[in-house]
Write a protein that binds this ligand. Structure first.
Ligand SMILES: NC(=O)c1ccc[n+]([C@@H]2O[C@H](COP(=O)([O-])OP(=O)(O)OC[C@H]3O[C@@H](n4cnc5c(N)ncnc54)[C@H](O)[C@@H]3O)[C@@H](O)[C@H]2O)c1
Length: 433
């Protein structure tokens, strides 16, 4: 009965939706549910974020103020008041899932969310985990919490897992057009979860269990991490053979079947690809299984910044300039083009390593005007103007934002190292890396 009532509320638009974690994943969901005229309550422990969202201000570059303001006019509000979980019929958990030391999954944000919501769980609700995690998390961590709260799963309370496939910065796909894998702890849980997502995406992909959905997300990201590791390794081999790997990838991409292009770069970055594969590695190890591809890709990708730096050192040496006394400009701090997200960005690793070699290092990024200390690094710097680019002994293109004028960059740089295959590599001052 509870399942039918909840499905009815979802289908007639009267269900209230809670989104927990108003970040890169949570905010697009807020906007999408609001577009479909659902009343949305956003929850975040960061009161400053809630305040700015309630004032109609987005804090993420590719999410406009207008879309937040539209959501507000349709009833959206952001809060840190957990009691309001009682008001929502369905809530989606979109909190971070980073790695702790030694590449061990750090579920502290999921645990603290569960602790916060537990007093307010009630019959007739759906709880869905969206965060990326290892297979088993939903049934091992979410399910016991709801059972302990006295709820009957699949009968008067529903639990699902649906991984996020957001691709920040890309205009090719949207939350609505990306098919959504959905799962539930029981058949009723799946039916309710599927009904919910059908309201906001063009296509749902129901699977048989949360474990399958959790593993699906990891497969997608492991597939990327391993293939990027492969092309990063091949780029080093190609460089020794004086072959442009980007030209090779372009040619191979003309094969109409059996080949998917992946592109090398200065190393892996972002909140997902460098981290998520190790969630599977950890879980597999618990079961006595080694995941060699994942670990090898991690090793190759982690070493790429060192190789890029060796190319920069050699290029400077050819002009009789030791790295230790050189002025270097890194272009792009974000982990990928056209976004303002520098989580796990290889640019930070490059900045750190070049500084340790004695170079004076500045950066430019259209979208990251200030670099403040992170968990790993203590840099405090501001993005410099591009007007002084010719003063630098070497410019390192780390992130190929579309807003750069690449011809001008080459024209005004003494030496420019290209890690993204974006520059005219026949120019005498361009170094492929
Ligand atoms: N960013 C992406 O492109 C992307 C894509 C797919 C999946 N994911 C996954 O989605 C999850 C969220 O990632 P994200 O990029 O949106 O993170 P994010 O850091 O952008 O946002 C997370 C938000 O959760 C809030 N938060 C932290 N602990 C909380 C708590 N206990 N209660 C309420 N709010 C809390 C933070 O203040 C922050 O606003 C992660 O598991 C990530 O792996 C991210």
């Amino acid at each position: 009965m509870y399942n039918q009532n909840l499905i009815q509320k979802i289908q007639d638009g009267s269900a209230t939706i809670g989104i927990i974690g108003l970040g890169y994943v949570g905010l697009p969901l807020v906007i999408r549910f609001s577009e479909e005229r659902f009343k949305v309550i956003g929850f975040d422990i960061d009161e400053k974020k809630c305040k700015s969202l309630n004032a109609g201000e987005s804090y993420i570059k590719h999410i406009s103020n207008i879309s937040i303001q539209d959501s507000l006019t349709k009833g959206f509000e952001a809060t840190s008041d957990w009691k309001r979980i009682e008001e929502v019929d369905c809530f989606l958990i979109c909190v971070p899932t980073p790695l702790a030391d030694d590449n061990v999954p750090d579920l502290q944000y999921i645990f603290s969310t569960l602790k916060s919501v537990t007093p307010y769980l009630r019959q007739g609700q759906l709880m869905v985990l969206e965060s990326t995690t290892y297979p088993g998390t939903t049934e091992e961590e979410l399910l016991p919490v709801a059972i302990q709260a006295g709820l009957k799963i699949g009968d008067d309370f529903f639990i699902g897992y649906s991984p996020e496939r957001e691709n920040p910065g890309s205009s090719d796909f949207s939350t609505q057009t990306i098919p959504k894998v959905v799962s539930g702890v029981t058949a009723n849980c799946l039916a309710v979860t599927n009904a919910l997502y059908k309201e906001i995406v063009d296509k749902t992909v129901p699977v048989s269990s949360p474990k399958v959905a959790e593993m699906t997300k990891l497969l997608e990201n492991i597939h990327r991490a391993v293939n990027i590791g492969l092309v990063n390794e091949l780029k080093i081999a190609a460089d020794k053979m004086e072959i442009d790997i980007f030209e090779v990838i372009k040619a191979a991409s003309t094969k109409p079947f059996g080949f998917t292009p992946y592109f090398p770069g200065p190393g892996l970055g972002g909140h997902c690809i460098p981290i998520d594969p190790f969630y599977l590695t950890w879980k597999a190890k618990q079961l006595g299984v080694d995941t060699k591809f994942i670990e090898l890709a991690g090793e190759v990708n982690t070493n790429i910044p060192n190789w890029v730096i060796s190319k920069a050192v050699n290029a400077l040496a050819k002009s009789d300039k030791p790295m230790a006394t050189s002025k270097i400009l890194i272009l792009g701090l974000a982990y990928k083009k056209n976004v303002d997200d520098m989580r796990e960005s290889p640019s930070l690793d490059l900045l750190n390593k070049l500084t340790n070699l004695g170079a004076r290092v500045d950066y430019h990024d259209f979208y990251i005007p200030k670099l403040t200390p992170t968990r790993k690094y203590s840099f405090e710097k501001s993005s410099v103007s591009l007007d002084t680019i010719s003063d630098y002994d070497l410019v390192l293109l780390a992130t190929d934002h579309d807003a750069y004028d690449y011809k001008l960059l080459v024209a005004h740089s003494q030496i420019i190292v290209d890690t993204r295959g974006r520059l005219d590599r026949s120019a005498s001052n361009v170094v492929a890396a």
